[in-house]
Ligand binder design. Structure first.
Ligand code: URA
Length: 438
Protein backbone atom coordinates (compact mmCIF):
# COMPACT_ATOMS: atom_id res chain seq x y z
CA UNK A 1 0.00 0.00 0.00
CA UNK A 2 1.25 3.53 -0.79
CA UNK A 3 0.24 6.76 0.90
CA UNK A 4 -0.02 8.57 -2.43
CA UNK A 5 -2.62 6.10 -3.74
CA UNK A 6 -4.78 6.72 -0.68
CA UNK A 7 -4.53 10.49 -1.19
CA UNK A 8 -5.45 10.14 -4.88
CA UNK A 9 -8.40 7.86 -4.08
CA UNK A 10 -9.79 10.41 -1.62
CA UNK A 11 -9.02 13.35 -3.93
CA UNK A 12 -11.13 11.65 -6.62
CA UNK A 13 -14.05 11.07 -4.25
CA UNK A 14 -13.43 7.41 -3.38
CA UNK A 15 -14.39 5.72 -0.09
CA UNK A 16 -11.38 4.54 1.92
CA UNK A 17 -11.43 1.11 3.53
CA UNK A 18 -10.62 0.43 7.18
CA UNK A 19 -7.25 -1.02 6.09
CA UNK A 20 -6.37 2.03 4.04
CA UNK A 21 -7.28 4.39 6.87
CA UNK A 22 -5.31 2.32 9.35
CA UNK A 23 -2.26 2.27 7.08
CA UNK A 24 -2.41 6.01 6.54
CA UNK A 25 -3.29 7.25 10.05
CA UNK A 26 -0.98 4.91 11.96
CA UNK A 27 1.76 5.52 9.41
CA UNK A 28 1.39 9.25 10.00
CA UNK A 29 1.24 8.92 13.80
CA UNK A 30 4.41 6.84 13.85
CA UNK A 31 6.28 9.21 11.56
CA UNK A 32 6.42 6.95 8.47
CA UNK A 33 4.15 9.25 6.48
CA UNK A 34 5.30 12.89 6.31
CA UNK A 35 3.29 16.01 7.18
CA UNK A 36 2.96 17.06 3.53
CA UNK A 37 1.15 13.85 2.59
CA UNK A 38 -1.09 14.01 5.65
CA UNK A 39 -1.87 17.66 4.80
CA UNK A 40 -2.82 16.71 1.24
CA UNK A 41 -5.02 13.92 2.55
CA UNK A 42 -6.75 16.22 5.07
CA UNK A 43 -7.46 18.74 2.29
CA UNK A 44 -8.86 15.97 0.09
CA UNK A 45 -11.18 14.96 2.97
CA UNK A 46 -12.12 18.62 3.47
CA UNK A 47 -13.35 18.86 -0.14
CA UNK A 48 -14.65 15.33 -0.75
CA UNK A 49 -16.07 14.50 2.69
CA UNK A 50 -16.43 11.00 4.08
CA UNK A 51 -19.24 8.48 4.31
CA UNK A 52 -20.57 7.68 7.82
CA UNK A 53 -18.91 4.23 7.62
CA UNK A 54 -15.60 5.76 6.63
CA UNK A 55 -15.83 8.35 9.44
CA UNK A 56 -16.58 5.62 11.99
CA UNK A 57 -13.56 3.62 10.79
CA UNK A 58 -11.35 6.71 10.96
CA UNK A 59 -12.60 7.30 14.52
CA UNK A 60 -11.77 3.74 15.58
CA UNK A 61 -8.33 3.87 14.00
CA UNK A 62 -7.55 7.17 15.81
CA UNK A 63 -8.98 5.86 19.10
CA UNK A 64 -6.80 2.75 18.91
CA UNK A 65 -3.65 4.74 18.05
CA UNK A 66 -2.78 4.94 21.79
CA UNK A 67 -3.98 3.80 25.20
CA UNK A 68 -7.62 2.60 25.41
CA UNK A 69 -8.99 3.13 28.89
CA UNK A 70 -11.15 0.25 30.10
CA UNK A 71 -13.51 1.24 32.91
CA UNK A 72 -15.48 -2.03 32.95
CA UNK A 73 -13.73 -3.10 36.16
CA UNK A 74 -14.72 0.19 37.81
CA UNK A 75 -18.27 1.13 36.79
CA UNK A 76 -21.21 -0.82 35.37
CA UNK A 77 -21.59 1.74 32.58
CA UNK A 78 -19.23 4.56 31.69
CA UNK A 79 -21.25 7.63 30.73
CA UNK A 80 -19.40 10.71 29.53
CA UNK A 81 -20.33 14.15 28.30
CA UNK A 82 -18.65 16.43 25.82
CA UNK A 83 -19.24 20.03 24.88
CA UNK A 84 -17.96 21.34 21.58
CA UNK A 85 -16.88 24.44 23.48
CA UNK A 86 -18.32 27.81 24.26
CA UNK A 87 -18.23 30.92 26.41
CA UNK A 88 -19.19 30.61 30.07
CA UNK A 89 -19.63 26.86 29.70
CA UNK A 90 -18.90 25.52 33.19
CA UNK A 91 -21.44 22.69 32.86
CA UNK A 92 -19.10 19.83 33.80
CA UNK A 93 -18.43 21.40 37.21
CA UNK A 94 -22.11 20.98 38.06
CA UNK A 95 -23.26 17.92 36.12
CA UNK A 96 -20.42 15.56 37.08
CA UNK A 97 -21.08 15.81 40.86
CA UNK A 98 -24.87 16.07 40.38
CA UNK A 99 -25.07 12.93 38.22
CA UNK A 100 -22.79 11.11 40.67
CA UNK A 101 -25.00 12.23 43.58
CA UNK A 102 -27.98 10.81 41.68
CA UNK A 103 -26.32 7.38 41.67
CA UNK A 104 -24.38 7.25 38.41
CA UNK A 105 -20.59 7.45 38.89
CA UNK A 106 -18.87 9.75 36.38
CA UNK A 107 -15.16 9.99 35.67
CA UNK A 108 -14.32 12.68 33.20
CA UNK A 109 -11.12 13.68 31.48
CA UNK A 110 -11.37 17.31 30.45
CA UNK A 111 -9.27 19.73 28.49
CA UNK A 112 -7.85 23.24 28.69
CA UNK A 113 -9.22 26.35 27.07
CA UNK A 114 -7.95 27.46 23.72
CA UNK A 115 -8.88 30.72 21.97
CA UNK A 116 -12.18 32.23 23.05
CA UNK A 117 -13.61 29.06 24.58
CA UNK A 118 -12.71 28.08 28.14
CA UNK A 119 -11.57 24.72 29.51
CA UNK A 120 -12.67 22.83 32.61
CA UNK A 121 -9.13 22.15 33.87
CA UNK A 122 -8.20 25.83 33.92
CA UNK A 123 -11.34 26.60 35.90
CA UNK A 124 -10.68 23.89 38.49
CA UNK A 125 -7.11 25.03 38.94
CA UNK A 126 -8.50 28.25 40.47
CA UNK A 127 -8.91 26.09 43.59
CA UNK A 128 -5.56 25.95 45.42
CA UNK A 129 -4.09 22.44 45.52
CA UNK A 130 -6.51 20.93 43.00
CA UNK A 131 -4.75 18.22 40.98
CA UNK A 132 -5.64 17.70 37.34
CA UNK A 133 -2.93 15.09 36.71
CA UNK A 134 -4.35 11.93 38.30
CA UNK A 135 -2.82 8.66 37.14
CA UNK A 136 -5.14 6.04 35.67
CA UNK A 137 -4.94 4.07 38.95
CA UNK A 138 -5.87 7.20 40.96
CA UNK A 139 -8.65 7.99 38.50
CA UNK A 140 -10.18 4.53 38.91
CA UNK A 141 -9.79 4.51 42.70
CA UNK A 142 -11.54 7.87 43.05
CA UNK A 143 -14.26 6.81 40.62
CA UNK A 144 -14.89 3.74 42.78
CA UNK A 145 -14.66 5.51 46.15
CA UNK A 146 -16.13 8.97 45.47
CA UNK A 147 -18.07 8.30 42.26
CA UNK A 148 -16.94 11.55 40.65
CA UNK A 149 -13.66 12.59 38.97
CA UNK A 150 -12.71 15.67 36.96
CA UNK A 151 -9.14 15.49 35.76
CA UNK A 152 -6.88 15.93 32.74
CA UNK A 153 -5.69 13.31 30.32
CA UNK A 154 -2.82 11.45 31.99
CA UNK A 155 -2.19 8.81 29.35
CA UNK A 156 -1.73 9.17 25.66
CA UNK A 157 -5.33 8.94 24.47
CA UNK A 158 -5.78 9.06 20.70
CA UNK A 159 -2.30 10.42 19.86
CA UNK A 160 -3.24 10.28 16.16
CA UNK A 161 -5.80 12.98 16.85
CA UNK A 162 -3.28 15.15 18.69
CA UNK A 163 -0.91 15.05 15.73
CA UNK A 164 -3.57 15.41 13.07
CA UNK A 165 -5.33 18.26 14.89
CA UNK A 166 -2.09 20.27 15.09
CA UNK A 167 -1.63 19.76 11.34
CA UNK A 168 -5.25 20.70 10.56
CA UNK A 169 -4.86 23.84 12.62
CA UNK A 170 -2.16 25.15 10.26
CA UNK A 171 -3.51 23.82 6.95
CA UNK A 172 -7.04 25.25 6.95
CA UNK A 173 -8.63 21.84 7.46
CA UNK A 174 -10.19 22.17 10.92
CA UNK A 175 -13.72 22.99 9.69
CA UNK A 176 -14.38 19.58 8.10
CA UNK A 177 -17.34 17.88 9.75
CA UNK A 178 -16.03 14.28 9.40
CA UNK A 179 -12.64 15.37 10.75
CA UNK A 180 -14.17 17.22 13.72
CA UNK A 181 -16.56 14.35 14.49
CA UNK A 182 -13.81 11.70 14.38
CA UNK A 183 -11.48 13.91 16.41
CA UNK A 184 -13.99 14.35 19.24
CA UNK A 185 -15.34 10.81 19.21
CA UNK A 186 -11.91 9.11 19.05
CA UNK A 187 -10.97 10.79 22.35
CA UNK A 188 -14.27 9.78 23.98
CA UNK A 189 -13.86 6.16 22.84
CA UNK A 190 -10.26 6.04 24.04
CA UNK A 191 -11.39 7.45 27.42
CA UNK A 192 -13.62 4.39 27.84
CA UNK A 193 -17.04 5.96 27.23
CA UNK A 194 -19.87 3.55 26.52
CA UNK A 195 -22.51 6.24 26.34
CA UNK A 196 -22.05 9.94 25.63
CA UNK A 197 -24.15 13.08 25.92
CA UNK A 198 -22.86 15.49 23.30
CA UNK A 199 -23.52 19.17 23.82
CA UNK A 200 -23.16 20.66 20.36
CA UNK A 201 -23.05 24.43 20.64
CA UNK A 202 -24.40 26.61 17.88
CA UNK A 203 -24.12 30.32 17.32
CA UNK A 204 -21.80 33.32 17.42
CA UNK A 205 -19.60 31.89 20.19
CA UNK A 206 -19.38 28.33 18.84
CA UNK A 207 -17.42 26.31 16.31
CA UNK A 208 -20.64 25.74 14.39
CA UNK A 209 -22.27 29.06 13.65
CA UNK A 210 -25.33 27.70 11.83
CA UNK A 211 -27.95 25.26 13.04
CA UNK A 212 -27.65 23.29 9.82
CA UNK A 213 -23.94 22.56 10.34
CA UNK A 214 -24.41 21.90 14.04
CA UNK A 215 -27.12 19.35 13.25
CA UNK A 216 -24.92 17.72 10.63
CA UNK A 217 -22.03 17.38 13.12
CA UNK A 218 -24.37 16.10 15.84
CA UNK A 219 -25.96 13.51 13.56
CA UNK A 220 -22.58 12.26 12.39
CA UNK A 221 -21.25 11.88 15.96
CA UNK A 222 -24.38 10.03 17.07
CA UNK A 223 -23.97 7.80 13.99
CA UNK A 224 -20.33 7.11 14.83
CA UNK A 225 -21.38 6.05 18.33
CA UNK A 226 -23.85 3.57 16.84
CA UNK A 227 -21.33 2.23 14.31
CA UNK A 228 -18.82 1.67 17.11
CA UNK A 229 -21.21 -0.03 19.53
CA UNK A 230 -21.77 2.97 21.82
CA UNK A 231 -24.80 5.11 22.47
CA UNK A 232 -24.93 8.87 22.14
CA UNK A 233 -27.45 11.67 22.09
CA UNK A 234 -26.63 15.20 21.02
CA UNK A 235 -28.21 18.38 22.32
CA UNK A 236 -28.08 21.38 20.02
CA UNK A 237 -27.65 24.25 22.44
CA UNK A 238 -27.45 28.00 22.06
CA UNK A 239 -24.08 29.73 22.13
CA UNK A 240 -25.03 33.08 20.66
CA UNK A 241 -24.82 34.62 24.13
CA UNK A 242 -22.64 33.37 27.02
CA UNK A 243 -24.06 30.57 29.17
CA UNK A 244 -24.90 31.81 32.67
CA UNK A 245 -23.34 35.08 33.76
CA UNK A 246 -19.71 34.35 34.59
CA UNK A 247 -16.89 34.15 32.04
CA UNK A 248 -13.39 33.57 33.43
CA UNK A 249 -11.97 30.79 35.57
CA UNK A 250 -12.51 31.62 39.27
CA UNK A 251 -15.68 33.57 38.40
CA UNK A 252 -17.05 30.45 36.72
CA UNK A 253 -16.13 28.23 39.66
CA UNK A 254 -18.04 30.63 41.93
CA UNK A 255 -21.06 30.44 39.62
CA UNK A 256 -20.88 26.63 39.56
CA UNK A 257 -20.76 26.59 43.37
CA UNK A 258 -23.79 28.93 43.54
CA UNK A 259 -25.60 26.63 41.10
CA UNK A 260 -24.81 23.57 43.22
CA UNK A 261 -26.37 25.51 46.12
CA UNK A 262 -29.49 26.10 44.01
CA UNK A 263 -28.65 29.78 43.48
CA UNK A 264 -27.21 29.78 39.96
CA UNK A 265 -28.49 31.72 36.94
CA UNK A 266 -31.67 30.23 35.57
CA UNK A 267 -30.36 29.50 32.05
CA UNK A 268 -27.27 27.72 33.32
CA UNK A 269 -29.25 25.73 35.90
CA UNK A 270 -31.75 24.56 33.27
CA UNK A 271 -28.92 23.72 30.87
CA UNK A 272 -27.30 21.52 33.54
CA UNK A 273 -30.60 19.76 34.30
CA UNK A 274 -30.98 18.86 30.64
CA UNK A 275 -27.43 17.55 30.11
CA UNK A 276 -27.44 15.65 33.42
CA UNK A 277 -30.97 14.31 32.82
CA UNK A 278 -29.84 12.75 29.55
CA UNK A 279 -26.77 11.27 31.25
CA UNK A 280 -29.01 9.54 33.81
CA UNK A 281 -31.16 8.10 31.03
CA UNK A 282 -28.13 6.76 29.10
CA UNK A 283 -26.73 5.35 32.33
CA UNK A 284 -30.00 3.54 33.11
CA UNK A 285 -30.71 5.57 36.27
CA UNK A 286 -33.80 7.30 34.89
CA UNK A 287 -36.51 6.05 32.52
CA UNK A 288 -37.14 9.42 30.88
CA UNK A 289 -35.38 12.76 30.59
CA UNK A 290 -38.16 14.35 32.67
CA UNK A 291 -37.43 11.87 35.45
CA UNK A 292 -33.68 12.51 35.04
CA UNK A 293 -34.13 16.26 35.30
CA UNK A 294 -36.33 15.90 38.39
CA UNK A 295 -33.75 13.65 40.04
CA UNK A 296 -31.00 16.21 39.38
CA UNK A 297 -33.16 19.05 40.72
CA UNK A 298 -33.67 16.93 43.85
CA UNK A 299 -29.95 16.26 44.48
CA UNK A 300 -29.21 19.96 44.02
CA UNK A 301 -32.03 21.01 46.39
CA UNK A 302 -31.01 18.45 49.03
CA UNK A 303 -27.36 19.52 49.01
CA UNK A 304 -26.21 16.05 47.88
CA UNK A 305 -24.73 17.40 44.62
CA UNK A 306 -22.80 20.06 46.52
CA UNK A 307 -21.49 17.47 49.01
CA UNK A 308 -20.34 15.33 46.06
CA UNK A 309 -18.50 18.29 44.54
CA UNK A 310 -16.85 18.96 47.89
CA UNK A 311 -15.78 15.30 48.15
CA UNK A 312 -14.41 15.41 44.60
CA UNK A 313 -12.38 18.56 45.28
CA UNK A 314 -11.01 17.12 48.54
CA UNK A 315 -10.11 13.79 46.87
CA UNK A 316 -8.14 15.68 44.21
CA UNK A 317 -6.14 17.66 46.77
CA UNK A 318 -8.11 20.91 46.51
CA UNK A 319 -8.43 23.07 49.63
CA UNK A 320 -12.16 22.96 50.42
CA UNK A 321 -11.89 26.14 52.54
CA UNK A 322 -11.82 28.00 49.20
CA UNK A 323 -15.03 26.47 47.92
CA UNK A 324 -16.78 26.69 51.30
CA UNK A 325 -15.97 30.40 51.21
CA UNK A 326 -15.77 31.15 47.46
CA UNK A 327 -14.91 34.81 48.17
CA UNK A 328 -11.44 33.43 48.99
CA UNK A 329 -10.94 32.21 45.41
CA UNK A 330 -8.60 34.39 43.27
CA UNK A 331 -9.94 37.92 42.92
CA UNK A 332 -8.87 40.62 40.48
CA UNK A 333 -7.63 44.00 41.74
CA UNK A 334 -9.55 46.17 39.28
CA UNK A 335 -13.31 45.75 39.03
CA UNK A 336 -15.44 48.07 36.89
CA UNK A 337 -19.01 47.92 35.70
CA UNK A 338 -20.17 49.09 32.28
CA UNK A 339 -23.70 50.43 32.06
CA UNK A 340 -26.29 51.06 29.36
CA UNK A 341 -26.19 54.56 27.88
CA UNK A 342 -29.82 54.39 26.80
CA UNK A 343 -33.01 52.42 27.33
CA UNK A 344 -33.83 49.47 25.10
CA UNK A 345 -34.31 45.75 24.71
CA UNK A 346 -31.26 43.52 24.53
CA UNK A 347 -31.07 42.11 20.99
CA UNK A 348 -27.58 40.59 21.17
CA UNK A 349 -24.88 39.73 23.70
CA UNK A 350 -22.08 38.67 21.39
CA UNK A 351 -20.69 35.47 22.93
CA UNK A 352 -17.54 35.40 20.87
CA UNK A 353 -16.68 39.03 21.60
CA UNK A 354 -17.16 38.39 25.33
CA UNK A 355 -14.99 35.25 25.13
CA UNK A 356 -12.26 37.04 23.20
CA UNK A 357 -12.33 39.90 25.71
CA UNK A 358 -11.88 37.44 28.56
CA UNK A 359 -8.80 36.07 26.75
CA UNK A 360 -7.52 39.63 26.32
CA UNK A 361 -7.83 40.11 30.09
CA UNK A 362 -5.70 36.99 30.58
CA UNK A 363 -8.42 34.40 31.35
CA UNK A 364 -7.55 32.29 28.32
CA UNK A 365 -4.67 31.55 26.01
CA UNK A 366 -3.93 32.53 22.43
CA UNK A 367 -1.75 29.47 21.94
CA UNK A 368 -1.14 26.18 23.73
CA UNK A 369 0.94 26.52 26.88
CA UNK A 370 0.35 30.26 27.48
CA UNK A 371 -0.07 31.07 31.21
CA UNK A 372 -3.48 32.24 32.40
CA UNK A 373 -4.80 34.49 35.17
CA UNK A 374 -7.49 32.68 37.15
CA UNK A 375 -8.87 35.86 38.73
CA UNK A 376 -9.84 37.88 35.67
CA UNK A 377 -12.96 37.74 33.56
CA UNK A 378 -16.35 39.24 32.88
CA UNK A 379 -19.73 39.10 34.57
CA UNK A 380 -22.53 39.45 32.05
CA UNK A 381 -25.59 41.09 33.59
CA UNK A 382 -28.03 40.90 30.67
CA UNK A 383 -29.63 38.28 28.47
CA UNK A 384 -31.23 38.68 25.05
CA UNK A 385 -34.82 39.82 25.57
CA UNK A 386 -34.16 41.82 28.77
CA UNK A 387 -35.43 45.39 28.93
CA UNK A 388 -32.82 47.84 30.25
CA UNK A 389 -32.97 51.42 31.49
CA UNK A 390 -30.15 53.97 31.15
CA UNK A 391 -27.50 53.22 33.77
CA UNK A 392 -28.41 49.51 34.04
CA UNK A 393 -25.32 47.30 34.47
CA UNK A 394 -24.30 45.38 31.33
CA UNK A 395 -20.89 43.91 32.22
CA UNK A 396 -18.56 43.89 35.20
CA UNK A 397 -14.93 43.58 34.13
CA UNK A 398 -12.44 41.94 36.51
CA UNK A 399 -8.86 42.85 35.54
CA UNK A 400 -5.38 42.86 37.01
CA UNK A 401 -3.84 45.32 34.59
CA UNK A 402 -5.07 48.89 33.87
CA UNK A 403 -4.23 48.77 30.14
CA UNK A 404 -6.04 45.47 29.68
CA UNK A 405 -9.01 46.82 31.65
CA UNK A 406 -9.29 49.78 29.26
CA UNK A 407 -8.94 47.52 26.20
CA UNK A 408 -11.63 45.19 27.57
CA UNK A 409 -14.01 48.09 28.21
CA UNK A 410 -13.48 49.25 24.63
CA UNK A 411 -14.05 45.76 23.22
CA UNK A 412 -17.25 45.29 25.23
CA UNK A 413 -18.76 48.60 24.04
CA UNK A 414 -20.12 46.82 20.96
CA UNK A 415 -20.80 43.42 22.54
CA UNK A 416 -24.36 44.34 23.50
CA UNK A 417 -26.84 45.55 20.90
CA UNK A 418 -30.03 47.22 22.04
CA UNK A 419 -33.23 47.45 20.05
CA UNK A 420 -36.06 49.95 20.53
CA UNK A 421 -38.54 47.09 19.96
CA UNK A 422 -39.18 44.17 22.34
CA UNK A 423 -37.00 41.14 21.55
CA UNK A 424 -37.85 37.48 22.21
CA UNK A 425 -35.44 35.64 24.55
CA UNK A 426 -33.15 33.07 22.90
CA UNK A 427 -34.02 29.41 23.38
CA UNK A 428 -31.58 27.31 25.40
CA UNK A 429 -31.87 24.39 22.98
CA UNK A 430 -32.64 24.03 19.29
CA UNK A 431 -33.14 20.30 19.20
CA UNK A 432 -32.01 16.84 20.15
CA UNK A 433 -30.38 14.25 17.89
CA UNK A 434 -30.90 10.69 19.12
CA UNK A 435 -30.25 8.67 16.00
CA UNK A 436 -33.51 6.77 16.65
CA UNK A 437 -34.93 8.09 13.40
CA UNK A 438 -32.04 6.52 11.42
N1 URA B 1 -12.65 19.77 19.03
C1 URA B 1 -11.91 18.66 18.83
O1 URA B 1 -11.59 17.94 19.75
N2 URA B 1 -11.54 18.40 17.56
C2 URA B 1 -11.88 19.15 16.50
O2 URA B 1 -11.52 18.82 15.39
C3 URA B 1 -12.64 20.31 16.73
C4 URA B 1 -13.02 20.59 18.02
Amino acid sequence: MRAVDIIVKKRDGGELSHRELEFFILGYTRGHIPDYQAAAWAMAVYFQGMTPRETADLTLVMAHSGHMLDLSDTVDIAVDKHSTGGVGDKTSLVVVPAVAAAGLPVGKMSGRGLGFSGGTLDKLESIPGYRTDLTVAEFKRQLREVGAVLTGQSVDLAPADGKLYALRDVTGTVPSIPLIASSIMSKKLAAGAQAIVLDVKVGLGAFMTTLERARELATLMVDIARHTGRRAVALLSDMNQPLGRAVGNALEVKEAIATLHGQGPDDFYRHCLEVAGHMLVLGGRAATVEEGRARIAEVIASGAAWEKFRALVAAQGGDVAYIDQPERLPRARLVETLTAAEAGHVAQVHARRVGETAVLLGAGREKKGDPIDHAVGIEVHVKVGDAVQPGAPLFTVHANDPARLEAAKQALQTAVRLSPEPVAPLPLFYGLVTGDDA
